[in-house]
Design a protein around this ligand. Sequence first.
Ligand code: SF4
Length: 388
Amino acid sequence: MFPTMENRPSEPSAIPDALPGLYIHIPFCLRKCVYCGFYSVTDRSQIPNYLAALRREMELYREWAASFDTLYIGGGTPSVLPATELEKLIADIRGVFPIASDAEITVETNPADIDAGLLNAICRGGANRLNIGVQSFDDGILAFLGRRHDRRQAVAAFTASRTAGMENIGIDLIYGVPGQPMSAWFASLREAIALDPDHLSCYQLTLEDGTLLDEQFRRGEVVFPDDALQADFFSATSEFLENHGYTHYEVSNFSRPGRESRHNLKYWDHIPYLGLGPAAHSFRGRERRWNRRAVGVYINDLTSGRAPVEAVETLSDEQLSLEDLFLGFRTRRGVCLETFRLRYGRDLLMEKRDKLKKLSREGLVEIRDGFLRPTRTGMAVADSLALI
Ligand code: SF4
């Protein structure tokens, strides 16, 4: 039956019955990395007031969902919190929200913060997944990026995490750093896989407005790899990691079988998520809302009994369908043609036949098992594929 306005689901949800995810933002860092455009502050004197405000916000959303099956504590740098505070925070989150017993609970960490005390606290709190912001195993590149750890600390942090019993560990890496030859990138990749992480996020370094790196670029002090070299980094990384048993399941993400980030998959699959903390985003049904960005404003709002919401938008079918394409083309799984047809009443194969034929001839997309999928080359230009 072709969907009509009457029989079409009114609240799009990529995977029916999928449980929502919970994101908690910790907006503190010890210092700002030169490339970072994320919202974070280095004044840690605000941590106690911040955590009190965060607990108030948690109470506001206590009834938001019947159950969450992922919890992601990100930042910023959650590991700058004192270990006892982090343990208590995870326990409090689990006390307020119904977190499923088999939930994926991730904490983002900086290698410089990882020691037995922190690891034991995280494990006692119930976290079962660690994401370590290594970025590189090259001390020169780490110094250039303004990271506060070195290669030795990164290796020690990973090893200590395994020793502490953390079975699911992801490593973040950055490529395309000015002056970084392909050989140096592959040296880092080899060091990474020698540790046998369960998950790897490999991000291309991008210029963000207002960062120190942006200033250096504008002054002509740094030169980025050109598009052709960036494309080479992307495809060589994908090929290398797939040859070593990692599935390239999203533009920047690779995992061992079954070790995909369950939490991040929710963002790409349009599954509901609740985000708490400054600048955190939430999504459910057609509604996306996001919080005010400044820590001080966030604290003031909650201290005064106000929700720190910056804006709420209701997405139209057109916006949602464009997002579905945009997000779907970022994943290896691609866009489910039948789900898209049921949700939006649009048959992509009919509607975009000529464009899809062209993209297929160019080796950018393929249609297989009812999915419109990007090829490896297509994933490199995923954002432009959405504009079919
Ligand atoms: S540690 Fe992460 S969030 Fe903090 S400044 Fe560096 S890149 Fe940004």
